[in-house]
Design a protein around this ligand. Structure first.
Ligand code: CMC
Length: 433
């Protein structure tokens, strides 16, 4: 962050304070209030962090008004069309796109960390078969800290790197196991000659009794979905990972915390909720009724996959997702997917309705992703798991950035206390009947 050249003046009870204003590379300036409490004995109040930059970061930039998303400066559209997930991981984690030899070394490391400790596979048997796979993910990723003791020292740079590689590599294996367990099929072990996405599809859909050939168009679509979900600045789950990590917790525990936060329907759970919504509508002809219900605040219905705290324009990921959905449906010979028709009609109707226009509500990444994942063969309960798999590299890159910041310390927000003022304890006998 550049040294402050501008400042803001704040007057409180006759005292005038000069607060430094700092600038990043692009994006809004920040008013630095770190010394505010010490100087003026007041806190700032911003419960949902709508106006708060919680950290300095060099990883991801979003311009929500223009609908721009950059990973380390590269537009998401270019990475999704021209790059792949492995180099996106390298870029997010190390800060630059890899050279050919860096890529070879990194891909080899990820490929050769995909197997999990055999005893970890038994962990699954403790779960009911109908457990939500996100419940399984929270538990198994947290449990990794009980298996990989040689990468728990957060103050050792090499151990941090090994833990990060392990998580990027093993998340697909564990996610596929959660899926296989839920459908009562045997686990399929990773195969080293396949790409990251193709290997994941094989671990999910192969069975021991027949050969499974990965369709390259579907593997490319899976890879793109991973790229689109890889990082998204200081969202709720990333902030959770950073806050958990700020206490010095081990990286596996921090990622488990991020997965728990991602599960909620306002965040990663929206892709599952969006597809269920499309299925419940069922027919493009029923879209007007549904839109009316969403606009009626007493119904407590939201148009899932629409709206975003930061984007007040089309989420750039949604555009790529819609195109990819079309490609996947064509490849699978699904000429007429009723849910895709419902989604397109919903989008058309919402984007021409004053309720959505005035509130700047546009499709987000979750609106079309469910259509693709369903066409690939995943049940809705797996959708958020796939989000978690892809977001792991973002979480771990943000965690690493925080730990490597010489100024980092434990995160500790304050509050506006509105409970009872000090009062004296009354013995039970004096508290009425
Ligand atoms: N459907 C109907 N109305 C909406 C929606 C929606 N999806 N989203 C926001 N609004 C309305 C909301 O009722 C409010 O109206 P009013 O001003 O009349 O009270 C206004 O728009 C502002 O909404 P908000 O809840 O104050 O906005 P927020 O920034 O707190 O919420 C959000 C952002 C993403 C939680 C919200 O848009 C939402 O619930 N969307 C549906 C869930 C969803 O798709 N989530 C995925 C987000 S992208 C992926 C990810 O981050 O994981």
């Amino acid at each position: 962050m550049a040294d402050a050249v501008k400042s803001a003046t704040l007057k409180i009870d006759g005292t005038t304070l000069e607060l430094p204003i700092r600038s990043g590379t692009i994006g809004p300036d920040v008013v630095d209030i770190t010394k505010l409490y010490a100087s003026a004995k007041v806190f700032t109040y911003d419960p949902a962090f709508s106006s708060t930059a919680s950290c300095e970061s060099k990883i991801t930039y979003i311009d929500g008004d223009e609908g721009i998303l950059l990973y380390r400066g590269y537009p998401i559209e270019q990475l999704a069309e021209q790059g792949d997930f492995i180099e996106t991981c390298y870029l997010l984690y190390y800060g630059e796109l890899p050279t050919p030899s860096q890529r070879r070394v990194f891909e080899h490391a990820i490929t050769h960390h995909t197997m999990v400790h055999e005893q970890l596979t038994r962990f699954f048997q403790g779960f009911r078969r109908d457990a939500h796979p996100m419940a399984v993910m929270v538990a198994v990723i947290g449990a990794m800290s009980a298996f990989y003791h040689d990468s728990l020292d957060i103050n050792d740079a090499r151990q941090r790197e090994i833990a990060s590689h392990r998580m990027i590599a093993k998340l697909p294996t564990i996610a596929a196991m959660a899926f296989k367990y839920s459908i009562g099929q045997p686990f399929v072990y990773p195969k080293n000659d396949l790409s990251y996405a193709a290997n994941f599809l094989r671990m999910c859909f192969a069975v021991p009794c027949e050969d499974y050939v990965v369709n390259p168009v579907l593997a490319r679509a899976m890879d793109k979905i991973f790229i689109l979900h890889a990082d998204h600045e200081q969202n709720a789950s990333t902030s959770t990972v950073r806050l958990a990590g700020s206490s010095g917790a081990n990286p596996f525990a921090c990622i488990a915390a991020g997965i728990a936060c991602l599960w909620g329907p306002a965040h990663g759970g929206a892709n599952e909720a969006a597809l269920e919504m499309l299925a419940a509508i069922g027919d493009p002809g029923k879209v007007p009724d549904f839109i009316a219900k969403v606009k009626d605040k007493t119904s407590h219905h939201r148009l899932m996959g629409f709206g975003h705290r930061v984007y007040k324009n089309y989420d750039p990921r949604a555009k790529i997702m819609q195109k990819t959905a079309h490609e996947v449906l064509v490849e699978l010979g699904i000429n007429d997917d009723p849910l895709f028709d419902v989604a397109r009609e919903l989008e058309r109707a919402a984007l021409s309705d004053s309720y959505f226009i005035e509130r700047k509500l546009y499709p987000n990444v979750d609106f079309y992703s469910g259509i693709i994942l369903r066409a690939l063969g995943f049940p809705t309960s797996m959708f958020t798991v796939l989000f978690a798999l892809a977001r792991t590299v973002g979480w771990i890159s943000q965690w690493k950035e925080m730990i490597e910041d010489p100024n980092y310390k434990i995160g500790r927000p304050r509050q506006l206390y509105t409970g009872p003022a000090r009062r004296d304890y009354l013995p039970l006998s004096k508290r009425g009947k």
